[in-house]
Design a protein around this ligand. Structure first.
Ligand SMILES: Nc1ncnc2c1ncn2[C@@H]1O[C@H](COP(=O)(O)OP(=O)(O)OP(=O)(O)O)[C@@H](O)[C@H]1O
Ligand SMILES: [Mg+2]
Length: 256
């Protein structure tokens, strides 16, 4: 579904990603871990066409076609979704209006109000979000954990197929983490072809959402790949690479 080939990205004169390679197949869940500032969020923003990041070389293919010529909204319409590490606040636009507009844009026609409200009510109750939250400005004054749940609300409503969750577990309390994990799992089972790129520093979320592959990013590329065990090893030992044998890794056959 998503293929990142030799991607080199610069931001403010600094090369953040350096010949980065990763392939995520339909239905797979990949996890990226790595120290602060190595370019994990940068990767997600580049996939979403954030203009602050300059692609020096390489390509990003989605279902076999380069998405580099496409703008953010066109990529979103293809089904690419990012739950941001720091979700944006949009003052003056209610959550409900935002979602309805986004859905109309996705389907290129006005969505039926009755079915929209029904869907929103269900998503909101699945996430145990209070009613008033959908009538407030998007993320304005939301607590850290509420913002993260709101990202999952957007995912459930917009029904994307390639989903990036950037630290969706940070700032989320234990009960909310279970709700978020359960909702991701339900979404996965209802959308069996959907694929995931989950960025996290911990294994908490991975106890609910089982990864197919776990990758470690350092110095602009994947330096180690494995399965859930690798995430546990990192949680116990940190990024102590003396204990982990590093090989230049292209991310495409991580289980090898
Ligand atoms: N818009 C920007 N302007 C200047 N520097 C940037 C910008 N975006 C990212 N960077 C820099 O690029 C590097 C990678 O940032 P990024 O946010 O991708 O890190 P990360 O791996 O997600 O870290 P964390 O685990 O802390 O979230 C950092 O040194 C960061 O300061
Ligand atoms: Mg980040």
């Amino acid at each position: 579904m998503l293929e990142i080939k030799d991607l080199t990205v610069k931001v403010e004169d600094k090369t953040v990603l350096n010949k980065f390679n990763l392939t995520i197949e339909d239905g797979q869940t990949h996890v990226i871990m790595g120290p602060n500032g190595v370019g994990k969020s940068t990767l997600t923003k580049v996939i979403m066409a954030d203009p602050n990041y300059e692609i020096l070389s390489g390509d990003i293919l989605y279902n076999g076609k380069s998405i580099l010529p496409l703008a953010t909204d066109e990529r979103a319409r293809l089904g690419i979704f990012l739950a941001m590490q720091n979700p944006l606040e949009i003052d003056g636009v209610t959550n409900s209006d935002f979602l309805r507009t986004a859905l109309s844009s996705k389907y290129q026609k006005n969505v039926n109000l009755y079915s929209f409200i029904k869907m929103l009510d269900k998503a909101k109750s699945d996430l145990k979000m209070p009613d008033e939250m959908v009538h407030r400005s998007v993320n304005k004054g939301f607590s850290g954990g509420e913002k993260k749940k709101n990202e999952i609300l957007q995912m459930k409503m917009l029904e994307p197929t390639f989903i990036m969750l950037d630290e969706i577990d940070s700032g989320v309390d234990v009960d909310a983490l279970k709700i978020v994990g359960d909702n991701i799992n339900t979404y996965k089972s209802e959308h069996p072809n959907s694929s995931y790129l989950i960025i996290t520093h911990y294994t908490h979320l991975l106890k609910y959402v089982k990864p197919d592959k776990v990758h470690v990013v350092k110095e602009g590329k994947i330096v180690k790949s494995g399965d859930y065990e690798l995430a546990l090893e990192i949680e116990n030992n940190g990024f102590n690479f003396e204990k982990i044998v590093i090989g230049a890794f292209d991310g495409s056959d991580a289980s090898e």
